[in-house]
Design a protein around this ligand. Structure first.
Ligand code: SAH
Ligand code: SF4
Ligand code: F3S
Length: 441
């Protein structure tokens, strides 16, 4: 139980891995300022939500949460909204939820210590909001790593692509990269902590441009993979526009770089891609896929799809389905189009009724499930190295991951399971459309 003078906080995170990792940095900063993290809203003096606004549902979830807990304000608790909804809605949040006293976008997190002291002094309307001009990146040595098996490093923040449907260029500011020197220093610190897996993060991770000009994105991948102790390097998300052949060559030549590429396509229709301002055609995208497929290593592919973009016809949708069949992804994240504030697509009429979007989404997921079956069953009999992620011997299983990013559930009868982050060799005995089953060899 917290004492009267103790500074405590509760933090809930919504959204993508960038947000999850920002929260690790925020937690570290708060601890440095003398705060202790607690498990529930009830125990906390300060309640923080690190928010996502990528789709309307994500944003609504945040306001529901704020509403559900507003009674706690009367008990003297303070509320803060961080992240993408904070940057997008700004001071309007104070109108909608008057019990909130702090609103800060991710580009202002460097100012958190200062904002916290103003909060402690009793100020009730503190903002950290940036226009798209900021060059700041949020680098801190105090990152409180929460993931027991994977160390995250943000290498590039923001986005300059302005896809017509997307809020990110507005919520995360302009594109800015960290120096390769600082990235490699952080990779070494992560290895010193005992991590063997690193994931490099960015809204467009492969748009990375070293401000010192020392290395390209592909070279940075290789160098991170050469840090002593590091056995697995992942990176997300790659944008097709900036996906270069040397990335495939680096993966081919360096076994520490995981054999998996996430390359969001969004649609298989040239017409829809144009309206989305993705600035590539299906043919251009498929050429990048051909590079990946011609590698010596078998590189797993995954993607993101939006269904029901304004004006998407049955024929456009069929072209997306055809692209899935052609590429044979191992994993697809598919979303119904959601009209977002500030975005250029807002002027297009959100013409596809929700029931039709749902129908297309379901048809796509059903089709993809069938496409995935052989991609997973082909591993039966194979012996592979996996990393333990979640121990659950109670269920007689532990959850592990292959280098290709496939979930492998391993049968485990003993009471003590290997720790998250440890490696084991398993033989694949069965498969599902989304996961593999293995036994220790
Ligand atoms: N930077 C990455 C994607 C970041 S957002 C890229 O360009 O690929 C993650 C995914 O959310 C996107 O790939 C897209 O599929 C989806 N998404 C973004 N905005 C959306 C919107 N307005 N409606 C539905 N899905 C959206
Ligand atoms: Fe959004 Fe496009 Fe930027 Fe990805 S590249 S974050 S989809 S604007
Ligand atoms: Fe959401 Fe912001 Fe990430 S909108 S997906 S939390 S960049």
């Amino acid at each position: 139980m917290a004492t009267a003078t103790e500074k405590t906080f509760y933090l809930e995170t919504f959204g993508c891995q960038m947000n999850a990792h920002d929260s690790e940095k925020v937690i570290g900063t708060l601890r440095q300022e003398g705060y202790r993290q607690v498990e529930t809203e009830d125990e906390a003096g300060l309640i923080l939500y690190n928010t996502c606004s990528i789709r309307d549902k994500a944003e609504q979830k945040v306001f529901h949460r704020l509403n559900d807990y507003k009674a706690l304000h009367k008990a003297g608790k303070r509320f803060g909204v961080l992240g993408c909804v904070a940057q997008q809605e700004g001071e309007k949040i104070f109108e909608r939820a008057p019990y909130v006293s702090l609103v800060s976008g991710s580009a202002s997190y460097r100012k958190l210590p200062e904002m916290l002291s103003r909060l402690e002094a009793g100020e009730t309307r503190i903002t950290g909001l940036d226009d798209r001009q900021t060059d700041e990146t949020f680098e801190t040595e105090f990152t409180a790593r929460q993931n027991p098996y994977r160390g995250y490093i943000t290498i590039i923040e923001g986005c300059d692509k302005f896809c017509s449907y997307c809020v990110v260029p507005f919520t995360r500011g302009k594109e800015r990269s960290r120096t390769s020197t600082s990235v490699l220093e952080e990779a070494k610190r992560i290895a010193d902590l005992g991590y063997t897996e690193i994931q490099l993060l960015g809204q467009n991770v492969n748009s990375y441009r070293d401000p010192e000009g020392k290395c390209s994105f592909a070279e940075l991948l290789v160098r991170v993979g050469q840090v002593p102790g590091i056995r697995r390097v992942r990176f997300t998300t790659s944008h097709p526009r900036d996906f270069t052949r040397d990335i495939v060559e680096a993966i081919d030549a360096h076994p520490t770089l995981c054999d998996h590429v996430h390359l969001p396509v969004q649609s298989g229709s040239a017409r829809v891609l144009k309206a989305m301002a993705r600035e590539y055609t299906p043919e251009w995208y498929l050429e990048r896929i051909a590079w990946v497929k011609s590698a010596k290593r078998s590189i797993s592919l995954s993607t993101d799809i939006i269904v029901g973009f304004p004006g998407e016809t049955d024929d456009d949708f069929i072209q997306t389905m055809d692209l899935l069949a052609q590429v044979q992804y191992d994993c697809v994240f598919a979303f119904k189009y959601s009209a977002r504030p500030n975005t250029p697509a807002l002027v297009m009429i959100d013409s596809i009724p929700d029931v039709e979007k749902s129908k297309r989404l379901q048809a796509l997921l059903d089709r993809q499930r069938e496409i995935q079956r052989p991609n997973y069953s082909k591993h039966i009999g194979e012996v592979m190295e996996v990393m333990v992620e979640v121990q659950n011997p109670a269920r007689g299983q532990i959850s592990t991951r292959s280098s290709q990013n496939k979930t492998v559930n391993v049968t485990w009868a003993q009471p003590i399971a290997p720790a998250p982050g440890s490696y084991m060799r398993v033989r694949i005995t069965a498969s599902h459309p989304n996961s593999l089953i293995g036994e220790v060899v």
